[in-house]
Design a protein around this ligand. Structure first.
Ligand SMILES: [Zn+2]
Length: 340
């Protein structure tokens, strides 16, 4: 097994990782990785902005089972699978009391342990999910983002017919809007990246506002003066949070979320004035089976999402290029690495 490991700031090295694996063959499944997703988090780990271990990068991965001891849980050689990229810590108070789903120190692939930028991975069978035929490998790489969007909608308690303003410039913003439409509420997608706003429109989001619109005024018009009872603020967007507070109604619920855990400075003055309820959501952990079911039922159309595709060999120069873009304050999007 070989993979691209982060050995130092801005330095990737293709490394043999077979020898360092603590494999428990009785409970592990070996998966040949076919596609891996590079996300903003990966690039921020590469640049040193997010602390991480010296591990193989790659936030999300799909592949084909190549070995399964005793066909664990019915997982057989040749199955197409998605690998859930999280582990509970088994050390915190909640984990030790059997509530692993409330782990306060969730471990993440590509940050705390090896991610998916490698030809094979050996993972615990409980982390492996079968992909039904209708689910494409490309869509499956967004299962973590769909799971996060489900958590946002659950946490806000969005009801049928509710207006939900989404402030964001990335694929997560579009996925959240599409899921809200599926749940019969009314998303208003707001962003400064006009290309992403067009992607949202083409994907079926009716209310969109771009960099040229007066957001507060337009949201007032759309909602008949009520403003948005629910607001999703995607912190990666680099749009000031005050903009999210401005489109919220009095006492509205605001969800802070994002794909990355990068640092940001926020003024809460307007949130206090409007007595907003703030929720912080990092909900990719869990909801995996529900997300796969949503894709299997073709409930949302991800075909227009903005993604680039590169080969495994191009990984080092891809990271360098993405990092340069961030340094120049240009937006980046997810990149799919084709391994086979
Ligand atoms: Zn824990």
């Amino acid at each position: 097994m070989k993979g691209f490991k982060l050995i130092d700031k801005e330095t990737l090295k293709e490394t043999d990782i077979a020898s360092e694996k603590n494999e428990d063959l009785e409970t592990n499944v070996k998966v040949k990785i076919t596609k891996c997703l590079i996300t903003l988090n990966d690039v921020l780990r590469y640049s040193g902005e997010i602390d991480c271990e010296n591990v193989v990068l790659g936030s999300f991965g799909v592949g084909i089972v190549s070995e399964s001891f005793n066909n664990l849980f019915g997982i057989e050689k040749g199955n197409r699978v998605y690998i859930e990229p999280y582990n509970n810590c088994n050390e915190c108070y909640n984990c030790k009391n059997g509530e692993t789903s409330k782990c306060s120190n969730v471990l993440t692939a590509g940050e705390d342990y090896n991610g998916f930028l490698s030809d094979f991975v050996s993972v615990n069978a409980s982390k492996v999910f079968l992909l039904p035929d209708p689910v494409s490998e490309k869509d499956a790489l967004f299962i973590g983002q769909i799971a996060n969007a489900i958590s946002i909608i659950d946490k806000l308690g969005v009801q049928k017919g509710d207006y939900v303003a989404i402030i964001g410039n990335d694929n997560l913003a579009v996925i959240t809007a599409l899921l809200l439409i599926f749940y019969q509420s009314v998303p208003i997608l707001i962003g400064t990246d006009d290309e992403m706003i067009n992607i949202a429109k083409e994907s079926g989001v009716y209310y969109t506002l771009n960099s040229e619109d007066n957001w507060q005024k337009e949201v007032s018009v759309i909602t008949g003066g009520r403003m948005a009872k629910n607001v999703v603020y995607i912190a990666d967007s680099d749009i000031p949070a005050t903009k999210a507070f401005a489109v919220a109604s009095y006492n509205a619920s605001v969800a802070f979320t994002g794909n990355s855990t990068k640092a940001s400075a926020i003024s809460f003055a307007l949130a206090v004035k409007k007595q907003l309820e703030i929720h912080c959501i990092n909900g990719s952990f869990g909801n995996t089976a529900t997300s796969i079911n949503i894709l299997a039922n073709k409930a949302i159309d991800l075909s227009k999402l903005k993604v680039d595709t590169v080969s495994y060999e191009a990984v080092p120069k891809t990271f360098k290029a993405l990092n340069d873009k961030i340094k120049n304050e240009q937006p980046i999007h997810e990149t799919i690495v084709e391994l086979f």
